[in-house]
Each structure stands twice: as structure tokens, then as C-alpha cells.
Write a protein that binds this ligand. Structure first.
Ligand code: SF4
Length: 472
């Protein structure tokens, strides 16, 4: 299996995965399929793609995993030389077919398709200014509506007109009948990379998707850059200056796949270093270091390396049950951990465990996990988290949008420890997390940890804003 969906004990929900390709003569639908398959972990509620043969744009999307949405028959009908694809986890709007992407708009002559990763924060202003929100139920659909006003310059001119008016986090892949476009917000909150094929280009949220289709990494799409790819080659236009770089640091901690590279560093390397630093900052007396699969693996190895405590498997992930991501609700989230993470009594009985996980959001599933480990015979459970406490909501595309959902927003570490029932609880510091990336801390968004939002957040922002402002 190529995809690697992660289920931590207390992981926040993922965002979205993007893929775009321009490669005449290739089976682009199949390239998009595998590009999405490699990025399944970024969104598991719906999948879709749009392709064009140069004249007509076809869109196919459905709720479900990539492997459930597409089959040989559908891929065979999606013939073309260029296309885009999208995996969705809803950070705005509900999980419905209408909200699945790519969004598609046409005026009967010209068409466009758009995939979005991120979350806009000035959605109401955009809707009011355009007076076109009408049926738009997501910020992505609103952008597609604004772009579809086209004008004489077509999609490229429309993009250069609309993109500077957007505030928030966005990486976009877009297309019309002849060109693929990629754009990234001026802060570069969400990743987007360009790769080269022998006869074309691809763009993807993560470099693991470039690897899988045999593309060679060229560079990242720059913050504030619009890239056009077509038979004129790859052309870059800047639509906005970048005030500062603010890549989401959580991409390294949890979101991205371990074999992806962000700013030249493999996520695996960074996670391993998170574990090494955690062992120094929050040491534990234990007999066995175990990861919470899958993101905990690299960090647990780093923790074991520095602490000298043996590393082992203590939790088995069931890869074959339905994923909670398909229909996020508190009930499913709470059941999810039991369905997916099962302790191995023979590996852990009588042992003092050091359990390495990527984050604690609500605390409810960490609590269940600690209890399950004890029931399976663990003598002690020492929980170690590879990032600082998450105290602030994310408005940029990760589904932690209210402070009341976050256990660390009003509980101290010792209170959280008591709630989850661990014998000890330790977090990595903000400084330790940044140091593990090997980069300047000022070049990241770290808002969910320190409350310093690189882009100001309006009071009304929320997930269901366009559907029902009262729910936001
Ligand atoms: S608030 Fe946290 S999760 Fe959201 S973009 Fe910033 S670092 Fe990433």
C-alpha cells in the first residue's frame, strides 16, 4: 500500500492534499490517482480530479478514499493531457458531495477547476464584496466563483486579480482547458512543491507524491507566487510580496508523511530529532519506548537512541477498519482509538512504558489509550509528546478551531496528566521543536502553541461560516 494514513492517539485532523500535472501523452488520470494515493493521509473524506484534453474539462469526485472513489473504468474515461486532483478533509463546510473538490465552474464556453489546501480568514468579506457567495458553502467554492468571472484575460488574469484579495492559508491547484496553475499564499503556510517529468511538470502538496510518479523535485512554489504550466513551459508571476515566511510547523510534527521533504529536510529526520530532544528535555524511567503509530515511529526511535531505553512495538494499528476521518464526530473520534490502536499484551505486560505521541488535542483519546495500555498489563505509562501543549486554535486549515476543544487551553500539564491518567506526562518545548527543524523559528507559523498568529484572525471565523454563521 502506498498511502500511509496516520492515527495518533490524539492527533488533530488533517487538511487536504493537492496534485496537478501537465504531461501531454501521459495517462494523467493515473498519475493524479497515484499522486492522491500517496497523499491519502492529508484528507480521507473525499477525493476528486479534473482532466482536460485541451478542449473539454471533465471532473469526477466522490466521498471516500482515493481507492474507493476511482476504479479502472472511471480512470479510463478521464482522458487528457493535464489535470488536477484533491483529497479533502473538511476544515470549512460539511462532508458532502457538493463540498468535495475540485470545485468546477463554467460559463458555458470557458471552464475552471480548483483544489484548495488551507483556510481563508476573510471569507465573509470576500462573499460580501463579490455579492456572489449565493450557494457557496466553502471558502474554496467562493474562490472558484470569484475566479469564474473570468474577463478577457481568462483564468490567469482572474487569478492575479483575486489572489491578492485573499487572506489566510492557501495553496491552490487550478486549471482551465489548457493550463495548470499553482499558487501559494504570501506566508507559505501550506506546502506546495514542483516536480519535473521527462515530458512535463507536476505539483503536489508533498514531495512523497512527486517520488511516486517518478518526478524529480525542482523547487517549492514560492509564497506569493502563481505558477502556470502549459505548452509554453513553466512561467512564474508574483501576485503578492511575502511579508514573512510562516510554514506551518505542525507539518513536520504530524501532518506530512515521514518520507516527504519540506524546505529540504526530510520529515523523518526532523521527527527523529524531535524524539532525541524530548529524551533530553523530558526524560523518563522506563523499560520500553513505544510509538503511537504512525507519526510516533521516528520520534520514538530518536527517544530510544538518546535515552538508552529499548525501542519496541506495543501498539498495533488496524489498517483495515473504516477511518474516523470519513465522518468526523465526537462519537466516532472516541470510538476510533479502540478500533485502530490495539495494545500487544505480550510486548508490554509488566513494563514501564514510555509512549511517544505527536500531540494531545482534547485529551479524551489519550486517556482511553493510557487505560487500554494499563488493561493490557503495562506497569507504568509515561506519555511524551513531540510538541508543546496546543493552547490556541488553528484558523489556517487544521481542524482545531475552538479553544474549548483544546485541553491545554486552560489546564496545566500536571492537570492534563491527571486527566489522561498517565504516570508522567512531558512535552517538548517550543524552542526544542523549532531546533529540531534546523531552521529559524521566525520562519514558521507556531500559533497553536504560542498564540502569535501571522495573519490576523477575524472574530467571526469558523468552520461552518458560509453554511450557517451561527454554528461558526
Ligand atoms: S496554528 Fe498550528 S496547526 Fe495551524 S497553521 Fe499554525 S502551526 Fe500549523
Amino acid at each position: 500500500m502506498l498511502a500511509s494514513p496516520r492515527v495518533g492517539a490524539e492527533s488533530p485532523k488533517d487538511e487536504c492534499g493537492l496534485f496537478g500535472v501537465w504531461a501531454p501523452g501521459e495517462d494523467v488520470a493515473r498519475l493524479i490517482y497515484f499522486g492522491l494515493f500517496a497523499q491519502q493521509h492529508r484528507g480521507q473524506e473525499s477525493a476528486g480530479m479534473a482532466v482536460s484534453d485541451g478542449e473539454h474539462l471533465l471532473v469526477y469526485k466522490e466521498l471516500g478514499l482515493v481507492s474507493q472513489v476511482f476504479n479502472e473504468a472511471t480512470l479510463t474515461t478521464l482522458q487528457g493531457d493535464l489535470g488536477i486532483g484533491h483529497n479533502r478533509y473538511s476544515t470549512t463546510g460539511s462532508t458532502t458531495w457538493e463540498n468535495a473538490q475540485p470545485a468546477f465552474k463554467t460559463d458555458g464556453i470557458r471552464s475552471l477547476a480548483l483544489g484548495h489546501n488551507g483556510n481563508l480568514v476573510n471569507t465573509l468579506e470576500l462573499a460580501e464584496r463579490a455579492a456572489r457567495a449565493g450557494g457557496a458553502t466553502t471558502d474554496s467554492d467562493l474562490v472558484a466563483t470569484l475566479l469564474a468571472r473570468f474577463g478577457d484575460g481568462g483564468l490567469e488574469a482572474a487569478a492575479l486579480d483575486v489572489l491578492p484579495t485573499l487572506e489566510g492559508a492557501f495553496s491552490f491547484v487550478m486549471m482551465n482547458e489548457r493550463s495548470v496553475f499553482a499558487a501559494r499564499d504570501p506566508f507559505g503556510l501550506r506546502p506546495l512543491s514542483i516536480g519535473r517529468l521527462t515530458n512535463g511538470y507536476v505539483v503536489a502538496s508533498e514531495t512523497c507524491a512527486l517520488d511516486i510518479v517518478g518526478a524529480v523535485f525542482v523547487r517549492d512554489v514560492e509564497p506569493g507566487e502563481l505558477v502556470r504550466i502549459d505548452d509554453r513551459g513553466l512561467q512564474s508571476t508574483r501576485f503578492a510580496e511575502s511579508p514573512r515566511q510562516a510554514l506551518c510547523i505542525f507539518e513536520y510534527v504530524y501532518l506530512a508523511r515521514a518520507d516527504s521533504r519540506l524546505r529540504g529536510r526530510t520529515v523523518y529526520e526532523v521527527r527523529r530529532d524531535l524524539g532525541r530532544r524530548l529524551a533530553i528535555e523530558a526524560p523518563a524511567d522506563g523499560d520500553l519506548v513505544i510509538p503511537v503509530p504512525d507519526t510516533g515511529h521516528s520520534a520514538a526511535q530518536g527517544f530510544a537512541e538518546v535515552s538508552g531505553i529499548p525501542y519496541g512495538e506495543g501498539l498495533m494499528k488496524n489498517r483495515y477498519v473504516g477511518r474516523t476521518f470519513i465522518q468526523p464526530s465526537q462519537t466516532l473520534r472516541e470510538r476510533g482509538v479502540k478500533l485502530k490502536l490495539n495494545p500487544i499484551p505480550e510486548a508490554i505486560a509488566g513494563k514501564r512504558l514510555v509512549v511517544i505521541d505527536d500531540s494531545i488535542v482534547r485529551g479524551t483519546t489519550t486517556r482511553q489509550l493510557v487505560q487500554a495500555l494499563r488493561e493490557a498489563g503495562a506497569a507504568e505509562v509515561h506519555t511524551r509528546i513531540t510538541c508543546p501543549p496546543i493552547r490556541w486554535p488553528c484558523f489556517y486549515g487544521i481542524d482545531m478551531s475552538s479553544r474549548s476543544e483544546l485541553i491545554a487551553s486552560d489546564l496545566a500539564v500536571e492537570e492534563i496528566r491527571r486527566y489522561v491518567g498517565a504516570d508522567s506526562l512531558g512535552y517538548l518545548s517550543l524552542e526544542g521543536m523549532v531546533a529540531a527543524t534546523g531552521q529559524d523559528g521566525g520562519e514558521f507559523c507556531r500559533a497553536c502553541f504560542d498564540g502569535e498568529y501571522p495573519i490576523p484572525i477575524p472574530e467571526y471565523a469558523g468552520k461552518f461560516l458560509l453554511e450557517n454563521p451561527a454554528k461558526s
